[in-house]
Write a protein that binds this ligand. Structure first.
Ligand SMILES: *Cc1c(COP(=O)(O)O)cnc(C)c1O
Length: 421
């Protein structure tokens, strides 16, 4: 069967034909045959330079040789034990040695579980109920965080099936707005357990914190006894060995990880100061658990991946990012387009928006219809990015210069088509 036929079949028995909503796009998503290095192959015989990279985890590209061989070895020794292993200690050490805020680590099965647990622990630690998140930030699909916010919608759940009672303690403010947060904290400060944030907002595209904003957040949370949680599920091990907190030089109290930490397998983690992490069961009174947490397969993939991520690795990876971004800027100039390329490190995106995007409301003003024309043309040119400008595009170490040159040419062609030039 080809992708179109598979999608028809899939839709009958899987809601929307996909296992996670973002994967569905019109007229139908391609179905994958395999991934290899910088490329993903569909069942219709097409290959694409992959800049979606499973939405972030695949920093080494698909099926990295070392990871595959270590995993193959581990598979023969079992896939789940319900008992601890030495590799969990090794991986925890790798995390603690890299992430500045990490003194202790607990592994989970996804980023969603990591943020859900970190929030519970922050609440247990402070004995406060309210949490603050930023408008448009994504912290996984659990009830407390499915609140997008936006004008007048603060605290309203972003999905049916979430009781108002669950989200009434979730407060939202615009990102990069010191005044809005200062006001909120003046009013609610002593009830706020934590501020959870994406340091770089990767789920509305790619929005960086303004100069001084992270320092402001660090100071105001410290002054008010609020736990600062950096959700580094995307940026952890993506922007630098120590993630965004190393990149920007601001250390939170807790950090949530996912995506890259599992080396391409399902895994998340939360980590932080010892005095906070000691509260987690069975040490302390905050319950957190998982049958597959710390399973030997994900842990092995994480270990085999993190070992490859040293400073030289990031220097070389980020150079590829600079190459791509500077070429995109040149194309935008050359075609005299009024759109906004963004990105840093190995992350990039283009907002179809004439103005700089610094928060969710501004991102929302971008031209989504035209972006989809661009997306579809990129597919035709053999380049795969997420089907939305409210996602981030990535580069892996498996991307070679010839891949990136192909991407640059595809972007030029696709922008011309999208803007009818
Ligand atoms: C992807 C993501 C999550 C959720 O992780 P899952 O593994 O999909 O549950 C949480 N936070 C951020 C910032 C993410 O990008």
């Amino acid at each position: 069967m080809n992708s179109q036929e598979l999608f028809e079949e899939s839709k009958k028995i899987i809601p929307g034909g996909v296992s996670s909503p973002v994967r569905a796009f019109k007229p139908y998503p391609f179905f994958v045959a395999k991934g290899e290095g910088s490329h993903i192959y569909d069942v219709d015989g097409n290959s694409y330079v992959d800049h979606c990279l499973a939405y972030g985890p695949l920093i080494l590209g698909h099926a990295d040789k070392t990871v595959v061989s270590d995993l193959t070895n581990q598979l023969t020794m079992g896939t789940a034990y319900g008992a601890p292993t030495e590799n969990e200690i090794k991986l925890s050490r790798e995390v603690i040695n890299r992430i500045p805020s990490a003194e202790m680590v607990r592994f989970t099965n996804s980023g969603t579980e990591a943020t859900m647990s970190a929030i519970r622990i922050a609440r247990g630690f402070t004995k406060r109920d309210k949490i603050v998140k930023f408008e448009g930030a994504y912290h996984g699909a659990h009830d407390y965080c499915l609140v997008k916010g936006g004008s007048g919608a603060a605290c309203l759940p972003d999905s049916l099936g979430i009781p108002l009672d669950t989200t009434k303690n979730t407060l939202t403010v615009p990102f990069n707005d010191e005044e809005a947060l200062t006001e909120l904290i003046e009013k609610e400060g002593e009830n706020i357990a934590c501020i959870i944030m994406e340091v770089v907002m990767g789920n509305i595209g790619c929005v960086e914190p303004k100069d001084g904003y992270l320092e402001f957040l660090r100071k105001i949370t410290e002054e008010n006894g609020i736990v600062l949680i950096f959700d580094e599920v995307i940026t952890g091990f993506r922007l630098a060995t120590g993630g965004a907190q190393e990149y920007y030089g601001v250390t939170p109290d807790m950090t949530t990880l996912g995506k890259i930490v599992g080396g391409g397998l399902p895994m998340g983690a939360f980590c932080g100061k010892k005095e906070i992490m000691e509260l987690v069961a069975p040490n302390g009174p905050v319950y957190q658990a998982g049958t597959f947490s710390g399973n030997p397969i994900s842990v092995q993939a994480g270990l085999s991946t993190l070992k490859q991520l040293n400073n030289d690795f990031y220097t070389s990876l980020n150079k590829k990012g600079e190459f791509l971004r500077s070429n995109i800027c040149d194309i935008v100039d050359e075609l005299s387009l009024d759109i906004s390329p963004v990105g840093l490190g190995s992350m990039f995106q283009i907002y179809f928006n004439p103005n700089e995007v610094t928060n969710y409301a501004e991102a929302q003003e971008s031209d989504s219809e035209r972006f989809l024309v661009y997306f579809r043309q990129l597919l035709k040119e053999g380049v795969f990015i997420p089907p939305s400008q409210f996602e981030c595009n990535f580069i892996s170490s498996a991307h070679k210069m010839e891949d990136l040159e192909k991407t640059v040419n595809a972007i030029r062609k696709s922008l011309k088509v999208a803007f009818e030039l």
